[in-house]
Design a protein around this ligand. Structure first.
Ligand code: G6P
Length: 609
C-alpha cells in the first residue's frame, strides 16, 4: 500500500528519491518523507500530504548526500500527520526506518521498550522498529536489524540506514515486496519496480524472510533468521520507462483506458496458433498433465480482479466442462475448504501482492489444491508462489482504478479456457472462431474509443445524480459490478451493480427520474430479458443509459442514451462493454473535480489484510 524507494551511488540522492516517490504515489498518498545520509549526518524531512508538499519543504533546505531512503504512506496505524510520516527514528536520531506492512505485536514491543526508559513520539507501529534496532545496535547494523526482526510479528518490507553506518542500506522483507534495482556503480531499491524503471530494468526481488545489504557497488542477500547467504539471479523487466509516463494524457486512468487495444494485443501475442485453434501458454506447461484431469476449478481475486474472475467463470463454463466457482479472496481464505482431488485454484491479481489473494492461495495450498496465477507484475509474490501461470503483460498500471489490466486479464482467461476447452469438447470450428474474434478485439476497442466525446456528453448530462444503478446479465453481470465499482472509486458517486433479474427483488423500489441506470444489453441470449428490465425502469420514469450492440434499434427506441459497441461473440462482449463504463466513471470524476488517479482512501496495491 505504501511505497518505499532507496538510492545509493555517486549521484545526489534527493532528486532520485523524490522522482521515485512520485512514481509510487499511487500506492499511498497521505504523507511522505526522506532521510539522506551525507557521509556524516542524516537529513530527515517529512510531511503530511502529497509528494509535492514534501518537495516544497525540501526546496527550502540544502540537502546533499549520495544515499537515502524515502516513503509515501497510506495510513494504517496513526493519523496522517507530519510526525507519523516515515522515515521513523530512534530517540537519538541514529536509526532511520521506512516500513510497509503492519507490526502486529507493536503494543507489546512498545511496552517492553518503554519499561527500558525509551520514549515514543508517534502513533505508528513502525516507530517500534527504529527503537528496537537502536536497542540492539552495537556497531553491527545487519545484526541489529536481524535481532529486531526476530522480535517482530506481522508483515514488513523495510529499508534501514544508520548515521554511524554510512555506505550501506539494509533491506528486509516478510509479506511486503522489496525489489533491488541494479545500476552501474549505484543501486536502487523500492517496493515496486515502477519507482526505478527510469534508471534500470535489472532487478532482484527479495523473497519473504530475506534481508539484503546494499552498497554502492554490491549487494548481498541472506536469510533473516540464520544469516545464510542466498544467491539470486537478476530478472530483467520488459516495461519501458515511457510506459510509466503520462505522454500528454491528463490522467493515468485515461491513458490506460486508451492503452487497451495494445494491452489486449500483448496478452495474446505469441500465444495464438490459428492452424490448431489452440492457444499456446508456455507458463501452464508445468501443470498441464494435472490440469487435463482437473474437474474442480476455483477463481479468486479482489476488487476489479475479482470481477474479471467472475466473467472468467462464465467464460470457463461456456468453453470447458469444468465445474467453476469464483470467490472473493478475502472470504475464500476463511472458508472451511474441502477440495476434491485435483482441484485448481486460480489467483487473479494485477500487482501480484494483494494480501488477501496471497493468503487465499496459501490456504488453498495447505488444503491440497494446485495453484495457478494470472498476474501482471513479473516476479511478484503471487507469480512466485503459484505452481504455474500466465503473465498478462498489460504494462505498468499506475491509475489506482484498474482498467487495462482488467481487459487483458479477460483475454488471458479466455485463452486459458480455450486451451482447456479444446482438450475437452470444444470443436475446432469454435476454437478457430474464438481466435478470429479475439484477434479482432484491439481494432474494435479502438473503434469504441472514438466515441469518447459522446460518452463525455452523457457524463455531463448525469454527473450530478447522486445514485446510479448498473445492471447486466450472465457475461455482463460482472460488468455491472465493475461499472458501479469504477464510478464509486473515482467519482465518489454512490452506485450499485446488480444482476438485472434481481431488479424486481428490491432495487426497482429506488427507481425515479434522478437515478440513472446503466443497462448493459449486448445482443446475446440475455437480450430479450434485458429489454424487459429496461421497460420496467422506463415505466417508472428512470433514465436509462444503454450499452448495446451497433445497430440495435429495439434498444434505441426505449433507452434515453445509447453507447454502441461492435458485434462480437457472447463471451467476449465484456471486453467491450466495460470500456464505456470506464469512460463514464472517468468523465464523471473529472466533472466533479476528483483526483482521478489517486482517489481518497484507496491504494493501488493493498498489501495489508
Ligand atoms: C485495490 C485496487 C484495485 C484492484 C484491487 C486488487 O483495491 O485499488 O484497483 O482491483 O486492489 O488488486 P490486484 O493487484 O490484486 O489486482
Amino acid at each position: 500500500m505504501c511505497g518505499i524507494v532507496c538510492y545509493i551511488g555517486s549521484k545526489e540522492a534527493t532528486p532520485i528519491l523524490i522522482e521515485g516517490l512520485k512514481r509510487l504515489e499511487y500506492r499511498g498518498y497521505d504523507s511522505a518523507g526522506i532521510a539522506v545520509h551525507d557521509g556524516k549526518n542524516v537529513h530527515l524531512v517529512k510531511t503530511k500530504g502529497r509528494i509535492s508538499d514534501l518537495e516544497i519543504k525540501i526546496s527550502n533546505l540544502q540537502i546533499r548526500g549520495n544515499m537515502g531512503i524515502g516513503h509515501t504512506r497510506w495510513a494504517t496505524h496513526g493519523e496522517p500527520t507530519d510526525i507519523n510520516a516515515h522515515p521513523h527514528t530512534d530517540e537519538d536520531g541514529n536509526v532511520f526506518v521506512v516500513h510497509n506492512g503492519i507490526i502486529e505485536n507493536y503494543s507489546i514491543l512498545k511496552r517492553r521498550l518503554e519499561k527500558e526508559g525509551i520514549r515514543f513520539r508517534t502513533d505508528t507501529d513502525t516507530e517500534v522498529l527504529a527503537h528496537l534496532i537502536s536497542y540492539y545496535f552495537d556497531g553491527d547494523l545487519i545484526e541489529a536489524v536481524r535481532r529486531a526482526l526476530a522480535d517482530v510479528e506481522g508483515t514488513f518490507g523495510i529499508a534501514v540506514i544508520h548515521r554511524e553506518s554510512p555506505g550501506r542500506i539494509i533491506l528486509a522483507r516478510r509479506g511486503s515486496p522489496i525489489v533491488i534495482g541494479i545500476g552501474n556503480g549505484e543501486h536502487f531499491a523500492a517496493s515496486d519496480v515502477n519507482a526505478m524503471i527510469r534508471y534500470t530494468a535489472n532487478v532482484v526481488p527479495l523473497e519473504d524472510n530475506e534481508l539484503a545489504v546494499v552498497t554502492r557497488d554490491d549487494f548481498n542477500i541472506m536469510t533473516i533468521q540464520a544469516a545464510k547467504i542466498v544467491n539470486r539471479s537478476i530478472t530483467t523487466v520488459d516495461w519501458k520507462a515511457e510506459e510509466a509516463e503520462l505522454n500528454g494524457f491528463p490522467h493515468y486512468m485515461l491513458k490506460e483506458i486508451y492503452e487497451q487495444p495494445e494491452a489486449v494485443n500483448n496478452a495474446m501475442r505469441g500465444r495464438i496458433d490459428p492452424a490448431e485453434a489452440v492457444p499456446k501458454l508456455g507458463g501452464i506447461e508445468p501443470v498441464w498433465d494435472d490440469l487435463k484431469r482437473c474437474k474442480n476449478f476455483i477463481i479468486v481475486g479482489c476488487g476489479t480482479s475479482y470481477h474479471a474472475g467472475y466473467v472468467g467463470r462464465y467464460i470457463f463454463e461456456r468453453l470447458t466442462d469444468l465445474d467453476v466457482d469464483v470467490e472473493l479472496a478475502s472470504e475464500f481464505r476463511y472458508r472451511k475448504l474441502n477440495f476434491p482431488s485435483n482441484t485448481f485454484v486460480l489467483a487473479l491479481s494485477q500487482s501480484g501482492e494483494t494480501a488477501d489473494t496471497l493468503a487465499a492461495i496459501r490456504e488453498a495450498r495447505r488444503k491440497g489444491a494446485k495453484l495457478l496465477g494470472i498476474v501482471n507484475v513479473v516476479g511478484s509474490s503471487i507469480a512466485r508462489e503459484t505452481d504455474a501461470g500466465v503473465y498478462n503483460h498489460a504494462g505498468p498500471e499506475i491509475g489506482v482504478a484498474s482498467t487495462k489490466n482488467f481487459t487483458s486479464q479477460l483475454v488471458v482467461l479466455t485463452l486459458l479456457a480455450l486451451l482447456i476447452g479444446r482438450h475437452h469438447n470444444l470443436s475446432y470450428t469454435e476454437g478457430a472462431e474464438a481466435i478470429r474474434e479475439l484477434k479482432a478485439l484491439p481494432g474494435k476497442i479502438k473503434e469504441m474509443l472514438f466515441q469518447a466525446n459522446h460518452i463525455q456528453a452523457i457524463a455531463e448530462k448525469y454527473y450530478r445524480c447522486n445514485n446510479w444503478l448498473f445492471i447486466g446479465r450472465k457475461f455482463n453481470y460482472p460488468i455491472a459490478l465493475e461499472g458501479a465499482l469504477k464510478l464509486k472509486e473515482v467519482s465518489y458517486i454512490h452506485a450499485e451493480g446488480y444482476a438485472a433479474g434481481e431488479m424486481k427483488h428490491g432495487p426497482i423500489a429506488l427507481i425515479n427520474p434522478e437515478m440513472p441506470t446503466v443497462a448493459i444489453v449486448p445482443q446475446d441470449d440475455m437480450h430479450e430479458k434485458m429489454i424487459n428490465n429496461i421497460q420496467e425502469i422506463k415505466s417508472r420514469k428512470g433514465p436509462v443509459i444503454a450499452i448495446s450492440t451497433l445497430g440495435d434499434r429495439e434498444v434505441k427506441k426505449i433507452a434515453d442514451d445509447v453507447i454502441e459497441i461492435p458485434r462480437t461473440l457472447d463471451y467476449l462482449y465484456p471486453i467491450l462493454t466495460v470500456i464505456p463504463c470506464q469512460l463514464l466513471a472517468y468523465y464523471c470524476a473529472v466533472l466533479l473535480g476528483r483526483d482521478v488517479d489517486k482517489p481518497r482512501n484507496l491504494a493501488k496495491s493493498v498489501t495489508v489484510e
